[in-house]
Ligand binder design. Structure first.
Ligand code: ADP
Ligand code: MG
Length: 740
């Protein structure tokens, strides 16, 4: 009897050597094997006879091998096979397929799948069909049709809907091999395994049992809709997808509850504080900004530590909201840390903070890695003594073990530069650090936040991101955070006009830039820096800078900004650009996040096809920030890939970050989009979080329901079993942080 955890080598037909081959496919246990799902199915219930085939259709046909051979054309060897039934014939061709020589014996039965075509003589043929040698079954055998039917019923190969698995191990493990092995594993699987999903949840969604799901996903009933099967929409698929999503959501839900169980700070929000928040505003906040501030302020007033994600497209005005939240903490006598992913962005925030907050009397310090030792030491002293009320820096702030006197709020800006995993680590780091005043997790899912005096309260955390992830996905992926959305741009913005042009038209572009500058505006010229050959690309940016300064714009001030400059140089260049002394700023993607110079109305992006969509959108977000009309020119040199063209096209058509993100998701797939590799988002075996959004929402809802139990619908035993299953999956499969 097999258990899900049994190593595959003990499955009949596998053994230690093949187990090794399977391990390369991440198939280590019986459970893994049973989750190796068919990537498509073939309808061999009623395979066509050759006579029934029509040109233009995809079809499965079962026929007998007549003859085969290799013939050479001038360009390549072609393998030709003729199969038939009675007097009908079908030709199959494979290009460059000398390896097929000797594979087929006359009289063998074959299943073939592919697109039926007519050759020049009107003969039916299939080019490069997928095939499977069925071997011993012979339709033409003595005994006629009855005998064939009996054999077919016993066969896994014909007379049914057949699962097609991807072969592996250099083709040694064929679809046919998987069919036999997986079927055997299913037959020997312990039939009495309890379902880890509680009965009430199963009932809410009419889920089939795991056993039924496994059987039917591999061996669908004849009655199953073929279209549903191919698109993974059968009841069996649904159960398996939900299963996968549910246990992730259960873990996230539990984490969120645990966060809430910590002791936080209950900030006061009286008339004086309200007055202070209003006083700093240089403009009328948008309705969205007001709503989001209210959500944040409400969190801050409760004794639970805030864990909130603020999502807002570039330019939606997140910074001022963060400053207002900072004032709440500062007015309550606490310190605030504002962390940015790059030095330039930290400096940018420092400038605005000085304009907006220092003027109102708040004390602000900048602390970044490349500050001079003296300045760093001073900054640290001010922070430790509590003189500094707002500390702005890069993430070195946390890594360098900075001592705060009384930290009340941490704001993490432009989260999209970090994966989810990094964020978790960041918070964990906060956890480990006594200096951040954080106590260890209390493993009690049901606890309320308290103001227990014996514990140091934890600071509130506000994470800000410009990645416009669809809301339901955000809720799910950042499942342990609450989410606020700034879904409105400040008034008076005119959408940026975007054009994509070939390099040959550069001189027109430079003329245009000249005109804009003559009209009193400023421009960016952006150069890609791709990490692997940063050195070379940097040289290109430097060269570009020289050329623009000396040859193209000899009468204008052209500045250069890139990541390798030291902090003072960066600060200097940024200040000059901000003050209009630099008219054209040549930059690498260091300006991608946060930089805010409303007078800049043109951005020329060189080699735009090399950038990802999200990055282009971020870059473009640097312009269109003032009242004047802004222009983004996407330059492309040489040959651009088809996908590159689609990206440029999407940018020219849309200014909406949400739309662009959706398209980006489509083009790159969720793994790349979310940066799964660094981010540690679990890679799913069955689920696809885009296709299965609705199940994802259901999983989240049901996870919350389970954790709120026990009650009349759900017993303590069921909850415990689900939690046990969740913990073992989180530990084994997702490699995510441990949960309570
Ligand atoms: P992001 O959300 O991309 O960080 P910022 O906070 O940098 O956006 O804001 C973008 C620009 O919009 C800044 O110049 C900011 O001063 C301005 N801004 C923000 N909110 C408003 C508002 N309500 N009315 C007018 N301008 C605003
Ligand atoms: Mg910003």
């Amino acid at each position: 009897m097999l258990e899900p955890s049994t190593p595959v080598q003990y499955v009949k037909g596998i053994g230690p050597r093949l187990a090794e081959v399977l391990r390369a496919k991440d198939i280590a246990t019986v459970d893994d094997l049973l989750h190796y799902l068919p990537f498509r199915y073939e309808d061999r219930l009623n395979p066509r006879s050759v006579a029934e085939l029509r040109a233009g259709e995809m079809a499965t046909v079962i026929a007998e091998v007549r003859n085969s051979g290799l013939f050479r054309t001038r360009r390549m060897p072609i393998f030709q096979l003729t199969v038939g039934q009675g007097r009908t014939k079908l030709k199959c061709l494979w290009f460059n397929a000398a390896y097929l020589q000797g594979r087929f014996q006359p009289g063998q039965m074959l299943a073939l799948y592919g697109k039926v075509e007519e050759d020049r003589d009107g003969q039916l043929q299939i080019m490069q069909p997928q095939f499977e040698i069925l071997g011993d079954i012979n339709i033409n055998e003595e005994g006629g049709a009855d005998e064939v039917e009996k054999k077919a019923a016993a066969s896994l190969e014909i007379g049914r809907i057949v699962p097609i698995y991807e072969s592996t191990g250099q083709g040694k493990l064929t679809p046919r091999w998987f069919r036999r092995i997986i079927r055997g594993a299913l037959e020997n699987l312990n039939p009495n395994l309890p379902d880890p999903i509680p009965a009430a949840v199963r009932a809410h969604l009419s889920l089939v049992s795991p056993r039924e799901a496994l059987w039917k996903v591999h061996w669908p009933d004849a009655g199953e809709s073929f279209a549903d099967l191919q698109s993974s929409r059968t009841a069996a698929h649904t159960r398996m997808i939900f299963d996968e999503l549910f246990f992730i959501e259960l873990g996230l839900e539990l984490k969120r509850r645990e966060q809430k169980a910590h002791t936080g700070i209950a900030f006061r929000l009286d008339g004086g504080v309200r007055e202070a928040i209003k006083k700093i505003l240089p403009f009328h906040p948008t309705a969205a900004q007001k709503r989001v501030l209210k959500e944040i302020a409400t969190d801050m007033q409760t004794p639970c530590p805030m864990r909130r994600l603020l999502q807002g497209d570039v330019g939606s005005g997140k910074t001022i909201v963060a400053f207002q939240a900072a004032i709440i903490a500062i007015e309550n006598g606490y310190q605030v840390a504002l962390m940015a992913p790059t030095e330039i962005l930290a400096q940018q925030h420092y400038f605005s903070a000085r304009q907006i907050l220092e003027r109102a009397g708040y004390r602000i310090v900048l602390l970044t890695g490349s500050l001079e030792q003296d300045r760093k030491r001073d900054a640290r002293r001010h922070i430790a003594q509590g003189n500094a009320q707002l500390v702005i820096g890069t993430h070195a702030l946390i890594q360098d073990r900075v001592e705060f006197e009384k930290l009340g709020l941490v704001v993490v800006d432009e989260q999209h530069r970090f994966g989810v995993m990094q964020r978790l680590k960041l918070m964990k780091k906060t956890d480990d650090r006594g200096a951040m005043g954080v106590s260890p997790v209390k493993p009690d899912g049901d606890a309320r936040c308290s103001t227990a005096p014996e514990r140091d309260p934890e600071p509130d955390v506000l994470v800000m991101t410009a990645t416009p992830i669809p809301r339901t996905l955000a809720l799910t992926l950042y499942g342990d955070l609450d989410v606020s959305v700034l879904d409105e741009l400040p008034p008076g913005r005119t959408p940026v006009v975007t054009r994509s042009l070939p390099d040959e038209r550069a001189s027109e572009v430079w003329d245009f830039v000249r005109k804009q500058i003559a009209a009193g505006h400023q421009a960016y010229v952006v150069y890609p820096v791709i990490e692997e050959n940063e050195e070379r690309e940097l040289k290109a940016a430097e060269q570009m800078h020289r050329q623009l300064r000396e040859k193209i714009f000899p009468n204008l001030h052209v500045g250069l900004l890139h990541g390798r400059l030291d902090a003072d140089e960066k600060e200097h260049v940024m200040r000059e650009f901000q003050q209009g002394k630099i008219e054209i700023l040549v930059a690498t993607t260091v300006i991608e996040v946060g930089v805010d110079v409303p007078n800049a109305t043109v951005m020329v992006i060189e080699h735009a096809d090399r950038f990802g969509l999200a990055q282009l959108h971020q870059l473009r977000g640097r312009i269109g920030r003032g009242a004047a009309k802004s222009y983004c020119v996407l330059m492309r040199g040489g040959k651009v890939s088809e996908e590159g063209e689609r990206r440029l096209d999407a940018m020219a058509r849309s200014n909406d970050g949400f739309q662009i993100a959706e398209l980006d998701l489509e083009l790159r797939g969720p793994g790349e989009f979310f940066g799964t590799k660094q981010a540690g988002i679990p890679s799913f075996r069955v689920a696809n979080i885009i296709r299965d959004r609705q199940l994802l929402e259901a999983a989240k809802r049901e996870a919350a329901f389970v954790i709120s139990g026990p009650n009349s619908e759900i017993s303590k035993e069921e909850i415990d079993r689900a939690l046990r299953e969740m913990r073992s999956r989180w530990a084994q499969s997702y490699g995510l942080v441990e949960v309570g």
